[in-house]
Design a protein around this ligand. Structure first.
Ligand SMILES: Cc1cc2nc3c(=O)[nH]c(=O)nc-3n(C[C@H](O)[C@H](O)[C@H](O)COP(=O)(O)OP(=O)(O)OC[C@H]3O[C@@H](n4cnc5c(N)ncnc54)[C@H](O)[C@@H]3O)c2cc1C
Length: 493
């Protein structure tokens, strides 16, 4: 193959994956990132001896990472240390009601059986189906560019899909098998990663329960920052030229074909452009109107995955009663969901998530201290003001105090809040979304924004607003499948 040139816009998981996969197949790749750090939403922030992951903290589906690095002859174990968390996470249902989800199916079955006789057997049934869906979804479906339904028209795939209850919601599927409210909540939690409520998520996505319960929750020592570093190292080793602080201002199109990009300081010419920045930003800011596949009306109708209000907090003392991941489900999920999707507003009684990575990893906080990240999912497009952030800080601290047995506020030595305005400023995030475009039934596969522009030849898209969806493993896959598409199209020419 003669050497071809590619520009990749954005250094999140999808951009790094696309750039590295193209470079591996002989492309001369330049990756342009507006920020001064690689990783996109998975950047980290360091202050006074604390290292905070600013985005993802749940490392699920480890074999997606294994498969990724194997493309380049690398083993995960050579790049970073991975530990399986046990418990996987805890769920606070009330002041005196906390469930710790143990690692491994057998232990989870025992826990469920204690709360609902017969639930262990029901879980076996549920997980057998979840595994089928996982194998089908992760083996066949997610690696497809989904440019047309014809990609799905294979008899074995269709019969597999029919068995996945494609038209049933995850919530109905769970409720048919389990009566205990807490068990139902445990099983509904994983699909929140897909950015939609369980009642609006197809039951196909019980594959997420397989990822959770059977495959486990892992932690890369050093945090997600270690994974990002490993990806950037592998990218450079494959020859990718990563340029930081280079914000793309314009995608250059000549006679309907992408010819490169322009930043504030330079012009970069290329045979193909992969836009792995937020899809909406690329279409609405970097392209002329006639070059856009989607109209403002189209974007207005999309269901975005939530945004987030986060706090990065360094404590000068430890919190032994917190596990690495704690979900505060001590308020109604449905009411909070309504505040996100049905009538967007700041949540009256929010659920939230607390990560305490220093419980597992002593390198992310000074000795005797604790590294706490709080995340409250919120609707996109809300008004983001300092006073609102502070109000939620107090609310969260009150509920956290109940859990850890002391008021954390006097022990806070580092504090930073992060929300909609920051997401927009840092990533050009559409309406301040954190997790991209939700995986609802109407926004799955070919119904998501396309990986290939309809209007501009040689312009491709990757990342959490296109296929397969939001989350780190899908973003990784997105970059690879776009690179494979480009390589295959070039070969067949
Ligand atoms: C707070 C939070 C928590 C999360 N938790 C989890 C989790 O626990 N587990 C999980 O699996 N997933 C989680 N996710 C989702 C996951 O992080 C994302 O799905 C994934 O990182 C998205 O990768 P991406 O490559 O699509 O986009 P991004 O990471 O956003 O990368 C896009 C890049 O493009 C750059 N860019 C934008 N515009 C331009 C421009 N004009 N020129 C140059 N560069 C540009 C941006 O700066 C950014 O670096 C979380 C996300 C957030 C925000």
């Amino acid at each position: 193959m003669s050497e071809r040139t590619a520009i990749v816009i954005g250094s999140g998981f999808s951009g790094l994956a696309a750039a590295t996969s193209l470079a591996h197949k002989g492309y001369a790749v330049t990756l342009l990132e507006k920020n001064d750090q690689v990783g996109g939403r998975a950047r980290h922030w360091q202050k006074d001896g604390f290292t905070f992951d600013m985005g993802p903290s749940f490392y699920w589906m480890p074999e997606v990472f294994t498969r990724y690095f194997e493309r380049f002859g690398k083993k995960v174990s050579d790049l970073y240390d991975l530990v399986r968390l046990d418990p996987s996470y805890s769920i606070v249902f009330g002041p005196n009601e906390v469930w710790s989800l143990p690692a491994g199916l057998g232990s989870v079955k025992r826990l469920f059986e204690e709360h609902e006789p017969g639930a262990a057997r029901a879980l076996d049934r549920f997980m057998t189906e979840a595994k089928l869906k996982y194998d089908l979804g992760m083996g066949e479906l997610v690696y497809k560019p989904s440019l047309s339904w014809s990609e799905y028209m294979k008899p074995e795939l269709l019969s597999g899909l029919m068995r996945t209850h494609v038209l049933t919601s995850l919530r109905s599927h769970v409720r048919k098998l389990f009566k205990n409210d807490r068990i139902r909540q445990v099983l509904e939690f994983p699909v929140l990663f897909l950015g939609a409520a369980p009642q609006n998520t197809p039951a196909l996505y019980s594959l997420m329960n397989y990822a959770d319960i059977a495959l486990g929750t892992w932690y890369p020592m050093g945090g997600m920052a270690s994974v990002v570093k490993a990806m950037a190292d592998v990218a450079r080793a494959q020859g990718v030229n990563i340029l930081l602080g280079e914000e793309v201002r314009h995608v250059m199109v000549n006679n309907g074909r992408a010819g490169g990009v322009r930043t504030a300081s330079a012009v970069f010419k290329a045979d193909v452009v992969v836009a792995a920045a937020d899809y909406h930003h690329v279409e609405s800011t970097l392209l002329e109107v006639r070059e856009r596949t989607y109209s403002p009306g189209y974007w207005k109708k999309r269901t975005m995955a939530p945004s987030a209000l986060m706090f990065f907090i360094g404590l000068d003392r430890q919190t032994p009663s917190l596990t690495h991941h704690t979900l505060f489900f001590d308020e109604s999920l449905d009411d909070h969901s309504d505040d996100i999707y049905s009538r967007p507003a700041w949540p009256k009684a929010p659920l939230f998530y607390v990560s305490c990575a220093s419980r597992t990893d002593s390198t992310v906080a000074p000795a005797g201290c604790e590294n706490i990240v709080v995340l409250i999912p919120i609707a996109c497009g809300l008004k983001d003001e300092e006073a609102t952030r502070q109000r939620y800080y107090e609310l969260v601290m009150d509920r956290l105090a109940q859990r850890i047995g002391f008021d954390p506020r006097p022990h806070v030595v580092v504090k930073r809040s992060y929300s909609l305005n920051d997401l927009e400023a840092d990533y050009h995030s559409f309406r301040g979304n954190a997790y991209g475009l939700a995986n609802t039934l109407g926004q799955t596969g070919p119904l998501r924004p396309r990986v290939k522009s309809r209007k501009v030849d040689g312009l491709y898209f990757a990342g959490q607003l296109t296929v397969p969806g939001p989350g780190v493993p899908p973003a990784l896959i997105s970059g690879q499948l776009v690179a494979d598409l480009i390589i295959n199209e070039h070969r067949s020419r």
